[in-house]
Design a protein around this ligand. Structure first.
Ligand SMILES: C[S@@+](CC[C@H](N)C(=O)[O-])C[C@H]1O[C@@H](n2cnc3c(N)ncnc32)[C@H](O)[C@@H]1O
Length: 310
C-alpha cells in the first residue's frame, strides 16, 4: 500500500510506516531545515512548500494519507486558538487531500490536548468531517513509554480512519509493550564539552537540585524539574532554544543537556538516521521535539497492516 505524508517534518511518521513495510510515495513539508534532514533520510519525492500551494494533481495516488498536523494551535503551551489559528486551519487542507485522493486509510497524530480543546468541540469537528466522508474512526492516546519501548513520557493522540467497514472492525491499537530500555541505555559515553552547563549562570542552582544520575531533568525557565518515574520528560520543539524545556542530565563528568542524537534515541530513531552536519543543533532539537516516536508509529502501522490483511 502506498503512503503520502503531509506535515512530514523530518519524516518520523513516514519512517514508522516504512519500517512496517509500507511504500512511501511522497511527502510535503514547508520548513527548509526540516526538509534538509528529510532528504538526507528518504529517497521519495518531497514537495517543499506550503501545503496550501500543493495541488492534489501534483501528487500520485495513494492508499494511506498521514499527517501529524501542527499542534501549537491546540497545545496547552500555545494560545489554543484552534481552527481560528492559521496553524489549526491547515486541517482543512488535509480534507482537501482526502476529498481529491480518497485514501482508504487516514492516519493523524496530535497532542493529547486536541481531545479536550474547546470543550471537545474541535475534536468533534475533526471526527464529524471524517465521518461525513464515510470514514470509520478509531482513536487512542498512547504514551511512548508504554507503546514504543522508549523511556520517554510522551502522550499523543492517534486517529486512524478507515473507509472500509470490515477493515475498520479488524483494527485495534497495539498492546502495551514491555519497556526494557533505561535512560542510561540511551546516553552517550562521551560528548562535546559545549553540551555541559559548567559555565551556566544557573550552575550552582542546578548542582543543588540535580542529584540522580538515572533521571532526566527539565529546565523550566527558572527552575529544574525531575521526572521521578525514571522517564525522560516529553521532548518539545522549543527544548533547544530560549532555555525552556531543556532536557538535562548529570553524567560522570558534570551537568549537561541531552545531545540531539540522544533526544532522537528517546524518540525511537535508530543510529542510521542522519542529522545533517550543516544544520545548527538548535534546529535539530526543534525537529526532534516536533517529531514523533518512530517505534509507536511502527507499532500502529503494523496493526493497520494486519487489519488490511497485508
Ligand atoms: C508537528 S510537526 C510534524 C512533524 C513530523 N511528524 C515528524 O515526524 O517530523 C508539523 C510540521 O508541519 C509543518 N507545517 C506547518 N504548516 C505547514 C504548511 N502550511 N504546509 C506544509 N507544512 C507545514 C511544520 O513545518 C512542521 O514540520
Amino acid at each position: 500500500m502506498k503512503v503520502g505524508g503531509l506535515f512530514a517534518g523530518i519524516g518520523g511518521i513516514e519512517l514508522g510506516f516504512k519500517k512496517a513495510g509500507f511504500d512511501i510515495s511522497w511527502a510535503n513539508e514547508i520548513d527548509k531545515n526540516a526538509s534538509i534532514t528529510y532528504r538526507h533520510n528518504h529517497k521519495h519525492k518531497l514537495f517543499e512548500k506550503d501545503l496550501k500551494d500543493l495541488k492534489t494533481s501534483e501528487v500520485s495516488s495513494i492508499d494511506i494519507l498521514t499527517g501529524g498536523f501542527p499542534c501549537q494551535a491546540f497545545s496547552i503551551a500555545g494560545q489554543q486558538k484552534g481552527f481560528n489559528d492559521d496553524r489549526g486551519n491547515v486541517f482543512f487542507e488535509i480534507l482537501r487531500f482526502i476529498d481529491d485522493l480518497k485514501p482508504k486509510v487516514v492516519f493523524l497524530e496530535n497532542v493529547k490536548n486536541l481531545l479536550g480543546h474547546d470543550k471537545g468541540q474541535t475534536f468533534k469537528r475533526i471526527t464529524n468531517e471524517l465521518e461525513n466522508r464515510g470514514y470509520i474512526i478509531s482513536y487512542k492516546i498512547l504514551n511512548s513509554s508504554e507503546y514504543g519501548n522508549v523511556p520517554q513520557n510522551r502522550e499523543r493522540i492517534y486517529i486512524v480512519a478507515f473507509k472500509d467497514k470490515n477493515i475498520a472492525l479488524n483494527f485495534s491499537f497495539p498492546e502495551v509493550k514491555k519497556l526494557n530500555k533505561k535512560i542510561s541505555d540511551l546516553i552517550e559515553a562521551k560528548v562535546d564539552e559545549k553540551f555541559y552547563y559548567t559555565n551556566s549562570r544557573y550552575y550552582e542552582q542546578l548542582k543543588d537540585e540535580m542529584k540522580n544520575k538515572d533521571s532526566v531533568y527539565q529546565w523550566r525557565r527558572v527552575y529544574v524539574r525531575e521526572n521521578k518515574s525514571k522517564l525522560c520528560p516529553t521532548l518539545t520543539a522549543n527544548m533547544g532554544t530560549g532555555g525552556h524545556n531543556v532536557p538535562l542530565i548529570i553524567d560522570d563528568i558534570d551537568i549537561r543537556k541531552l545531545t540531539p542524537r540522544e533526544c532522537a534515541r528517546f524518540q525511537g530513531y535508530d543510529e542510521t538516521f542522519i542529522f545533517p552536519e550543516s544544520l545548527a543543533n538548535s534546529s535539530l532539537y526543534k525537529q526532534i521535539g516536533n517529531s514523533v516516536t518512530v517505534t509507536v508509529i511502527e507499532a500502529i502501522a503494523n496493526e493497520i497492516k494486519k487489519a488490511c490483511n497485508l
